[in-house]
Design a binder for this molecule. Sequence first.
Ligand code: ADP
Ligand code: MG
Length: 837
Amino acid sequence: EREDMERRKYTTEEEKDELIPNLRGFSRQEYLKKREEQKLVELRQELEDEENLFANQKLTAKEERVLEEKRKKLKYAEARKKLVDDLDNRDEYRMPSAYDQEGNVQQDQRYKVLTERYRDTDEGDEGTPWQEQANWETEQIKKASMKTGAKDSQAKAKDYEFVFEDQIDFITDQAMAGTLEVDDEEDPRERERKARAAEKQSKQEKLQADRKLLPMYPFREPLLEAIAEHQVLIIVGETGSGKTTQIPQYLHEAGYSKAGKIGCTQPRRVAAMSVAARVAEEVDVKLGQEVGYSIRFEDCTSDKTILKYMTDGMLLREFLGEPDLASYSVMMVDEAHERTLHTDVLFGLVKDIARFRPDIKLLISSATLDAEKFSDYFDHAPIFRIPGRRYPVDIMYTKAPEANYLHAAVVTALQVHVTQPAGDVLIFLTGQEEIEAAEELLKQRTKGLGSRIGELMIAPIYANLPSDLQSKIFEVTPPGARKIVLATNIAETSLTIDGIKYVIDPGFVKQNSYNPRSGMESLVVTPVSQASANQRAGRAGRTSPGKCFRLYTAWSYQNELDENTVPEIQRTNLGNVVLMLKSLGINDLMGFDFMDPPPTETLLRALEQLYALGALNDRGELTKLGRRMAEFPLDPMLAKMIINSETYGCSEEVATVAAMVSTGNSIFYRPKDKAVHADNAHNNFHRGSPGDHIALMNVFNGWADTNFSTQWCYENFVQMRSMKRARDIRDQVLGLMERVEVAVISDRSNEENIKKAIASGFFYHTAKLAKSGADYRTVKNPQTVHVHPQSGLIEVRPKWVIYHELVQTSKEFMRTISEIKPSWLTEIAPHYYSKRE
Ligand code: ADP
Ligand code: MG
């Protein structure tokens, strides 16, 4: 500890005293005491000096007033000091030593409100503000507890018993301790206060008032001081404390934006967009001006942008053009605990930059408490802990495992709706398809119940949801209604939705999985880790005590869930990242400073694949082709396919295919009541040579030929929004092609050439129909795979296919497939297929 302090070179003892408590998690109270004491000494001194100065003079009215002001200030400072000192002794304000052994903060809400209050009343009004405050609060608590009566809701539950038959039995197993002690029926004072404020204030005023209610706010000054002092700072604070939205604003307000942009990375696209939108609102500027975001295929920034939110992947790309991040004065790597592949790679790059750019500030922020690891990695950077505030959450488990978690989740949500007091519901699902299915099911189940149950607002949120629909999750639930948010893992820590009181956790997540031995990469629905389950449960206790319904048994939580999620870098294909690092001139990948190194085998695989694609030469150096490939923010296989397409005379078509496969899988839709029509329309895209790639191209061309008509989308059961996204991506791909000098040539008619061009990038992903005819075997490290039910080739079953990706649900499915001829493989990739086959 002592060594640590010395290394950090405090200039004065006082500074050390000021900072250390906050950095290492000492009691906040001690810190406050010191601070108040110091202020008092300063004020006394100041007043004394002036009184001496004016001692024998007659004062003007103005001088008299100034002096009087100062005396008043001193009086308040004395009272404040007394208040802070008294905190130990007064029962009602007793605060346990702020931090327990795990670093959890046991801070009393009231204490926070008080500290805030005396901040605001610095200029002082009459009386003792804190006393008023305490009285007011007591009154609010009384009011709030009267409003939500438990008896009331139980009576209601009886009324509704007949509505749903298939109820699920839960047992309470444990309660997750909150950091706030409140009894169950208590409504949050905070909300009450917000509601009151809302009546009086304009929207902007309310936004500003809300900012001050965030747990982050009382730590604004100490945080800024710590940032001024240290180049690298680890920031830890519970989800919803205001790290993402507030810290960049604080930095801007403190003047950091004069020296350069303030950047903040997010692992998820939706989070980057949504948070930027919120901050733009708070700063009161148009999104894309001073506050903007940058995500793959969408740059919503301008020359004016000073607060820039971006995905971690985009920052990685920015390194290609600006290897020292010269245009930034601060970089905040947010949601570090998520340990996404890109975040992990960024760690190594920003750590390096910090060494030769002493002027850049680096913030690593995380929602989990185990920040020591980050600190160790960043040369023992100090840790700034923001005390959390969380209400207790009751955890309920099912008595027996649930066969169908989607169904169980919907039933549980409805059960909550009819039996539990007001409060919104958050359901964690694994992806868009599940979310859509759940929405459908919820609607079905409640159809015809009319006013027998309260109004339900269903709000989905997932990566591909268009931005105009994303804001629905933040809409305030009207009285009497209940919001059900259907979310992917994005709601675990990246987005905070206020008002959630019930969490339904089926216990699954869709994750990358990679087997370096076979080179097989797929998205797999896997059980979450215990850490993840606990984060999810925590979402129920943000604004009041809550409940979390786990759709699995207590036994399986204990025995079947891993403790922590494996960092993505250890379970994914590294082709893309290796190509990027190579283009940044980082040749020695084994020696790269990874926080948790990827398996050597995975690195070797990536090198080998890049070599097979021609991006690296046999000494592992980047080739000219590799350099061009790195320009595309796409998988190396897609990049290769695009660059090669020129030689097949169909680069425009291939750009279309690349754009269509990059939109996510939401091009087609199939309403239940018009399923036959939809199927017919979709089958039409499969005329000509069989293959999903060509079909996707036909969809785009069909739309383009009608001048991007809405009507056309409607008639063909195609999602207009996804198509617009495809058009944007395509435009960008065409732009990048120009940049790396790939001629744009069009020949729609030669479908064989288009498929050859695709195969020239995807020869890795080849499968052959098994002898039985029932399934497929991958060609290079034989594995059984199946045609995805949504593929147009589900019945055709050609002998040889290439596939875009593998998805594992009940089985390992190939998604987006085209028929090829085996002879193409030796023609396209002789080094890969003839030598070793
Ligand atoms: P943290 O990063 O510490 O998890 P955030 O800064 O994301 O916290 O969130 C702080 C608060 O801002 C939350 O209470 C949330 O309600 C609010 N907030 C964040 N994004 C939005 C948004 N897009 N719309 C409305 N409120 C938002
Ligand atoms: Mg955040």
